[in-house]
Write a protein that binds this ligand. Sequence first.
Ligand SMILES: Nc1ncnc2c1ncn2[C@@H]1O[C@H](COP(=O)(O)OS(=O)(=O)O)[C@@H](OP(=O)(O)O)[C@H]1O
Ligand SMILES: Nc1ncnc2c1ncn2[C@@H]1O[C@H](COP(=O)(O)OP(=O)(O)O)[C@@H](O)[C@H]1O
Length: 665
Amino acid sequence: MSSSKKPSMIIPDEELIARDVEAYLEQHKHKDLLRLLTCGSVDDGKSTLIGRLLYDAKMIYEDQLAAVHRDSRIHGTTGDDFDPALLTDGLKAEREQGITIDVAYRYFSTSKRKFIIADTPGHEQYTRNMATGASNCQLAIILIDARHGVTVQTKRHSFIASLLGISHVVVAVNKMDLADWSEKVYEDIRQAYNAVCARLAFKDVHFIPMSALHGDNVVDSSPHSPWYKGPTLLHHLENVTITSNRNLIDMRFPVQYVLRPDLNFRGFAGTVASGVMRPGDEVMVLPARTTTKIAEIVSWDGPLNHAFPPMSVVVRLQDEVDASRGDMIVPVNNIPRVESEFDAMLVWMNESAGREGKKYLVKHACAQLPGTLEKVRYEVDINSMRKKDPACDEQGATVLNLNSISRVRMVLHRPLIFDAYERNHDTGSFILIDRMSNATVAAGMILDRTSAADSADSAAPSSDHAANITRESSLVSRHERELLLGQRAQTLWFTGLSGSGKSTIAKLLERELTDDGRLCYILDGDNIRHGLNRDLGFSADDRKENIRRIAEVARLLNDAGVIVITAFISPYRNDRAMARDIIGIDSFSELYVNTPVEVCEARDPKGLYKKARLGQITDFTGIDAPYEAPKEPAFVVETAQDTPETCVDKIMAFMKARESTRAKK
Ligand SMILES: Nc1ncnc2c1ncn2[C@@H]1O[C@H](COP(=O)(O)OS(=O)(=O)O)[C@@H](OP(=O)(O)O)[C@H]1O
Ligand SMILES: Nc1ncnc2c1ncn2[C@@H]1O[C@H](COP(=O)(O)OP(=O)(O)O)[C@@H](O)[C@H]1O
């Protein structure tokens, strides 16, 4: 078997099976699982490598082996010798063509670990299978033929692996026997690949020179590479430390079925996509935004005190809540985005090109709905890993060709419940289906809002940085801080025109609340724009970013137990909805300072309306930039008829009434 050393606690499988089957099964149950994939160009030797790994690790049944020895003579590329590729090239068509054409999954285990290998195809047009096979893998083996070095396909597969969030990589420099086991050849490839990695988000990259066909450095160390002091492939796979890519923070439970066996039971069945759910948790059902608590979590084994991915469970809620397939149960103060527009990285996987402006079906964990490929922001130049202009057809229309990787803007016909891919692989990925042919044409990964489309020169989206960031949970909860402060943290979000009275009222309210013994803090437009947001102007995009950052700050302050009062024009409904989503619907109140523009202009406390009328300032809200009044604000402040003090009294009364209804709940 492997030349690797095993820790004394672990008894080799074959020894344990012979001695004590029960003990073997117990040991097997507790081994951790490593999901990996192999990728490389055609003929780099993926199937051979996997076959060799299985064979040398003694994972092949005798009858399988006999069949392969027989087949080697008929189909093999090795004369009468044993061809390990035939162990894995299961499909008849691929045997005949000599290439692998679909993702094949192989399962094997050693005394230390269990492994699932996705054998993905290397042929150019099969990037699709590569993208689908890779989506839940933790480690990628990138095969490079020592004679050819780093190719475009090596770069493409590496880019996709990085995009999919795989952070551990083994570069198998294969066919070293055909390169005379030259250390220089190996070193040159190492250098070339390291240059590729500089633009990708891998955490660790390990190089191994090998000959998969002859078994050098796969399971056993090779006598041909005395200059290589590292581990064999199997030893590395058994021992590499894998950082978990399971998200146990953001609880997401997409409802798959509603169960109603009798009038007394109504449960929602599904698989926990991420996070941990417990009975008693306060949850919200999206998209209805109904809040309730988890009453019970049940599995085949009876009631559970918690559930986590990928457990399939039935959830019963405390209140009679209407939810159906495609809805999602989430925590009240950590909800996903519910929006109809987003940016995504798209891998085009179909012969017929994608088109800017064309409608597709978007298939996502929670829904299947129509949407438009609104804009292609850029295409990735795989050779340089930088952005380039998207391709055009003869008529000058922007198109996405087979195997292209691009950043696009998607606009859906109705809102979708989703997260950014780097935060949640299940709720952050989707596929596009052509509505005429029904073919799957692209795989997409949704980007975080902060991932700027036009700044960086590197094609890798800026959310790649987030791939290296792990969320840290606190030992102190928001609830504990609220108890300490004797208040319920929340954000009072004032919106209204410039001069409507937001700042005046916010300041008086802060005074009043403080006098009432509450800890509160104002975030005001003018102040924030001098510091945190001094890089932002007044375009729609800048205002959106302004609101996003403020909402994030408000969320942090709320988490610290503080009551936040914001005074920003926040003229766009979508931006305010985003703020509500970031802060959490239960902590957010929209207060509309409803002062007509004529009154604001007459007040003109900063002389800005005058300047706007003279054309000295542009994009001024109410003059040459829009203000979208709230449709259902929690409270309306009428400054044209009430004095500032009356306005504040009324707001205090509203807050107290709201608090007492919440307390009764
Ligand atoms: N073009 C234009 N449009 C609107 N407002 C302008 C503009 N230029 C400068 N100002 C001053 O900036 C303050 C608004 O900033 P906000 O951060 O509240 O604006 S927004 O929410 O991002 O729309 C706003 O403050 P308030 O008057 O307190 O509302 C103005 O003083
Ligand atoms: N009822 C009222 N509430 C708030 N401000 C009022 C009221 N009546 C008159 N004002 C005046 O209107 C102006 C509002 O300015 P400001 O509070 O800076 O508005 P904003 O922050 O919305 O731009 C102030 O000069 C204030 O004295």
